[in-house]
Design a protein. Sequence first.
Length: 282
Amino acid sequence: MEESLRSAAFGDGLPPPNPFAVPASPRGRLLAAIGLGARGRYAAAATLLTGLRTSEDPVLASLAASTLASHRRQLGGHAAALVLDGEALALAIAVPRGEPDPDGLDAEGARADALLGLAADNLGRGRLTAARRLLARAEAHTGNWRSRTRAGWVGAEIELAGNLSGAAIAPAEMALETARARGACRHVVKSQLVLGVTIANRSSDDRNTAKALVESARETAEKYEFNSLLWVAWLVAADFEAGHADEYRFRGAELLHAVLRRADPCGRWLARESPWVPSEGV
């Protein structure tokens, strides 16, 4: 069961045979929570992650905290995520390297997750200097494909926020190449969205390339029910389809509303209060 959960989280994107079964092992519960979050089932994921945050294994507890932080951030709760990522870093900072995990579910990966999360949290709060500093710290721990992919996302987003679209291309391309090499379906989808937005911001001459990336991301997210990304993909796609913009935005808001129905009360409150989440979907 753990192997199918890992594949759902970091591989082909197919859900496990029984996606609602609670795994017996702590590692299995973490993987299940990651898969649930990807499909926008934030309440179910939060239940598993909250229990794992008190684990005697500091690496597992750290990964649980940073995973919950990413779910909070996906709903616009950067301040709430900042607290959780700080908790994750405090848990993992002094843990010896130990046995490496192919997907970064180890001490080094936990440190990278926490630092990259903190960088993204600061970026969302407009603190670009702090975000750059934390990204630089995280890069010392990005020895696995997942950390490198996430570093590429954060690096591209920092450059976009600083109006440096040209500088954002390289990290965005690196993220997509890394995710594709691993065969990580969900990470490919997000990487396509990040690169598509980056290309569109750089030049209107590359608009068709950017549109193709966003459309591919939207279609794949729909196929595998990556609802945490799908509502975003519809909103991004609306910028490329002037004739269907209202329809696409309505579909994005509809999906966001469905995601929030499956979120815990904290997640719904964060989305309602966030300037990053479109109010018509809340």
